[in-house]
Write a protein that binds this ligand. Structure first.
Ligand code: NAP
Length: 287
């Protein structure tokens, strides 16, 4: 129920209709019996600055950020955490004494399902497919885990060079190597963690995989295969890896856990992760 005291949270993006965040956040808020509402705000890029000033004026408590505002928001914030600076993108903003503060909870979201696996991460070779926005959170996550090697595979040499340089100038001292797709076959047999951060295989193109049949044959049996995509579930990539004996992790848990980390910041209390997960699974028709 909306009352005279209801506090406002939300998500900004453009478009925003596809966002699953309102579903999981409002489910958690209802479960906790709190007087908050979490709303979607479609904000065109040209309206970002006045929209954020307006949020300040009407007392919005905090908000999530999705495409295309994750980088553009940076100059509008009074402070940004080190992890968000390193990733170069903010997905969570809250009110602090100085003004708006921002962080990136995608890294925490990515790490959550991995942390439940018993592994000596200092021995793990991570191979990351794709060098876009999500790949940056995955690189920071693998760095935080202390992975022995981090390899990023992309299809555009110029973008890969830029990606590499951006990490050299980041507050995290990340040691990574970049490769074009033609090197993937050499990397796969030695990989312990293989993460797909490309959109290849996402519904409605569910019959696609980022790996060729020859590359699938090179997957080691002790692999952790992680796909950031959450529809379909499982993706063809995860099915192929499972067929080779790999542990498969899908992108839904990352989505839930990055949301839970944001809600914890806004509410300053523990949040019901199982309620958030179930609300999404029900919405997606999985339960
Ligand atoms: P992005 O910034 O557009 O990056 C996509 C990357 O994939 C780029 O490096 C792109 O290469 C590469 N790519 C695209 N099509 C490809 C193809 N056909 N073959 C090889 N590489 C290809 O997108 P993003 O924001 O990182 O998101 C990537 C995926 O992660 C999406 O499926 C998204 O839904 C998912 N995601 C999930 C979560 C979660 O919580 N589970 C969070 C964030 C993102 P170029 O740069 O050469 O174009």
């Amino acid at each position: 129920m909306i009352t005279g005291k209801t506090k406002l949270l939300g998500v900004i993006g453009y478009p925003i209709e596809h966002s699953l965040s309102p579903i999981m956040h409002n489910a958690a808020i209802a479960h906790l019996g709190l007087d908050y509402a979490y709303l979607p705000f479609p904000i065109p890029p040209a309206k970002l600055e006045p929209a954020i000033a307006g949020f300040d004026a009407i007392g919005v408590q905090g908000f999530s950020i999705t495409i295309p505002h994750k980088q553009a928001i940076l100059p509008l914030l009074a402070s940004v955490t080190e992890i968000a600076q390193a990733v170069g993108a903010v997905n969570t903003v809250w009110h602090s004494q100085q003004g708006w503060s921002g962080t990136n909870t995608d890294v925490e979201g990515f790490l959550a399902p991995l942390k439940s696996l018993a592994r000596d991460w200092s021995q793990v070779v991570a191979v990351i497919l794709g060098n876009g926005g999500a790949s940056r959170a995955v690189v920071a996550g693998c760095h935080q885990l202390g992975c022995a090697e981090i390899h990023v595979v992309g299809r555009d040499s110029e973008k890969l060079e830029k990606f590499l340089k951006s990490w050299m100038h980041s507050p995290l001292n990340v040691n990574l190597k970049v490769h074009t797709w033609s090197n993937l076959a050499e990397l796969l047999p030695g990989a312990d963690l293989l993460v797909n951060t490309t959109p290849v295989g996402m519904a409605p193109h569910s019959a696609r995989s980022p790996l060729s049949p020859a590359e699938v044959d090179l997957l080691p049996s002790n692999l952790i295969a992680y796909d950031l995509i959450y529809t379909p579930n499982p993706t063809l990539f995860l099915q192929q890896a499972q067929g080779k004996g790999a542990i498969a992790l899908d992108g839904l848990e990352m989505l839930v856990q990055q949301g839970a980390a944001a809600l914890r910041i806004w509410l300053q209390q523990e949040v019901p992760i199982d309620v958030m997960r179930r609300s999404l699974r029900q919405h997606l028709g999985w339960e």
